[in-house]
Design a protein around this ligand. Structure first.
Ligand SMILES: [Zn+2]
Length: 401
């Protein structure tokens, strides 16, 4: 019996020990995902897409990954469809829900179509004008909201003073926000081949009233044609969502002081998407190959049609008259003759008749028109409308044959 009791206590001790590890308080339980813009506020516009649609697609994929691989974390969206939500309501949702994290997802844009890469912002003092400009563009949505002055404490996205003033608002969780932002930029760098523009601070309105750790990530430039294609591809969207997921998981480990292993990037992307991407790449390769072959054959065709032109351009005519006056080829003067053509030689108009492929035919015609009164007629030869000698004509013809 004593032995049994000992075993019993040992077991209790053992299981409570496990429980002790398992019940380590989770500090990241609720995440608000905020797909930027929506509805009649499209955000930046690319050549083939709108920012609001990319933001939503990536946000939904991120939520899906969190549900699958971090199911203890509750995911709340500021929008799940293409509709507009006031900026202030997005941050209010995070506060009301007592979320542990707020992530706003956006695409960048620039007049310079070469601008590229990812960057992640936390609320704060912008160090450069470029960062203020980036925030200004995202904040401009409030201009379409009713009573924006009231809702945003008199903030005017177009006023430099306003931007500077709001820069001084700092999130109470600046430290945590910066930690997550840095982890996210690291994940972007190691997983996707976009330029790392770093972690920055700027006065983003969607961040300034959240009282939870908050970041706004710009996942690439919609204004850069190559990045826009990537941002619109299924693989691109999954790679970006998976990078954000991995950063959140790392951040969760950091907050909770645990070291749970991270899944691999590949395990986070559906096999079907990878398969489709391979097929798309293969098709692209085939299309390039076909285009190359087509170009080559067109080149050959051009060459052969070019030799046809050279061939047809050796033309034999019969010259029958020289004059200082230019007559119309339709002139009655030439009535019994055919195919009248003239050329100017040192200010004199020289008139020819007939158009033949070889000397023999032209010579026969010469005999024929001599009987019609043109006794001095003789054969002339042309190539590209230039008179050439019989030797030159033979040389060209031998090259063609
Ligand atoms: Zn945006």
């Amino acid at each position: 019996m004593r032995q049994f009791l000992l075993l019993f206590f040992l077991l209790i001790g053992f299981t409570s020990n496990i429980n002790c590890q398992e019940t380590k308080p989770e500090k990241l339980k609720k995440i608000v995902i905020d797909p930027g813009h929506g509805g009649d506020k499209p955000g930046a516009q690319g050549k083939i897409s709108l920012e609001k649609d990319i933001n939503l697609a990536v946000s939904l994929k991120l939520g899906q990954l969190l549900n699958q691989h971090l199911s203890s974390v509750e995911v709340i969206y500021t929008r799940k469809t293409d509709h507009d939500v006031d900026l202030i309501r997005r941050s209010q949702l995070a506060n009301r829900e007592r979320a542990d994290l707020f992530i706003s997802i956006h695409c960048n844009a620039s007049k310079n179509h070469d601008a590229c890469g990812t960057e992640t912002f936390v609320m704060g003092l912008a160090k450069t004008q470029a960062n203020i400009e980036a925030a200004k563009k995202e904040n401009a949505d409030i201009l379409m909201e009713a009573n924006y002055g009231e809702k945003y404490d008199g903030f005017d996205p177009n006023s430099p003073e306003s931007n500077i003033f709001f820069s001084f608002y700092q999130n109470a969780y600046l430290e945590q926000s910066l930690t997550l932002a840095a982890k996210l930029q690291d994940q972007f760098t190691s997983n996707i081949k976009l330029l790392n523009r770093g972690v920055k601070q700027a006065p983003y309105l969607v961040l300034y009233k959240t009282s939870v750790p908050s970041i706004l990530t710009e996942i690439g430039f919609i204004s850069n044609p190559k990045e826009e294609r990537y941002l619109n591809s299924q693989l691109g969207q999954y790679e970006i969502a998976a990078s954000i997921f991995l950063a959140i998981k790392q951040y969760k480990n950091f907050l909770e002081g645990v070291n749970q292993p991270l899944p691999t990037m590949e395990s986070l992307i559906p096999e079907e998407v990878i398969k489709q991407e391979k097929i798309a790449k293969e098709n692209e390769r085939k299309a390039r190959e076909l285009a190359h072959k087509l170009k080559e054959s067109m080149l050959l065709e051009n060459l052969s049609s070019h030799s046809d032109t050279v061939k047809s351009e050796v033309i034999y005519r019969v010259q029958f008259h020289t004059d200082t006056t230019k007559y119309s080829t339709e002139s009655k003067k030439f009535e019994p003759l055919e195919d009248i053509w003239m050329y100017n030689d040192n200010g004199l108009w020289k008139y020819t008749a007939g158009s033949f492929k070889d000397f023999h035919q032209a010579n026969q015609y010469r005999h024929k028109i001599r009987t019609k009164g043109y006794k001095d007629a003789f054969v002339v030869i042309f190539n590209n409308n230039q008179r050439i000698s019989l030797e030159k004509a033979k040389e060209i013809e031998s090259k063609i044959k």
